[in-house]
Write a protein that binds this ligand. Structure first.
Ligand code: ZN
Length: 97
């Protein structure tokens, strides 16, 4: 019984774990703190209505740690399929994993 349950859980974890989102990994340029955030595409992206009627998406976030005066600003742009097309960061840097 336990074996079966483990298989079900494992199978679930294995099926497109990040299809609904992505990990945003950034480092503070002031203190070097690292932040690992999971961004859910389905409700954290904002819609942007283009003049031709299509919809693209964007994401903005301010990230800051405890006891650090720095504020990291992240902006990302996505196409109509929510694929990342460009991104910008201020006061920090993206960490590639
Ligand atoms: Zn910092």
């Amino acid at each position: 019984m336990f074996k079966k349950l483990a298989e079900i859980l494992f199978g679930k974890d294995n099926s497109h774990p990040s299809s609904d989102g992505f990990f945003l990994n950034v480092r503070c340029s002031e203190c070097g703190d690292k932040f690992h955030l999971f961004i859910h595409k389905s409700w954290e992206l904002s819609q942007n209505f283009e003049e031709d009627g299509s919809v693209t998406y964007f994401f903005k976030k301010m990230i800051f740690g405890v006891g650090c005066p720095n504020r990291i600003h992240v902006e990302m742009q996505f196409d109509s399929n929510k694929n990342l097309i460009s991104r910008q960061i201020e006061n920090g840097e993206f960490i590639e994993d």
